[in-house]
Unconditional design. Structure first.
Length: 103
């Protein structure tokens, strides 16, 4: 998905743009070479719409029509502060693990 560094930047640019339009909050994220983690809170717009629009814009920017996500995205209800903290920790640890694999 993000074999080239500028594709990560393009993906983040699109996420930031639609974050402002759809008013969702990003608690944590991690873009690895082959996948991405996003911990977001949606308000009025359905998550499926956010994912669909961001995927379409990313493919348009790449001039491709392939799947951005290998599998369907996963949704977890996060109703406790401790679970939220654990999710943030998990996402950030992925980035640390990914960097160690590169070294």
């Amino acid at each position: 998905m993000f074999e080239v560094e500028n594709r990560k930047e393009e993906y983040l640019r699109i996420i930031r743009k639609y974050k402002e339009i759809y008013k969702f909050k990003i608690y944590s994220y991690c873009n690895m070479n082959n996948h991405s983690h996003l911990l977001i809170k949606v308000e009025k717009i359905l998550l499926s719409k956010i994912i669909k629009v961001c995927t379409q814009r990313y493919n348009t920017a790449k001039k491709e029509t392939c799947h951005v996500f290998e599998r369907r995205y996963k949704v977890f209800l996060c109703d406790k502060d401790t679970y939220l903290l654990n999710l943030v920790r998990y996402i950030q640890q992925n980035l640390i693990k990914d960097r160690k694999q590169v070294e």
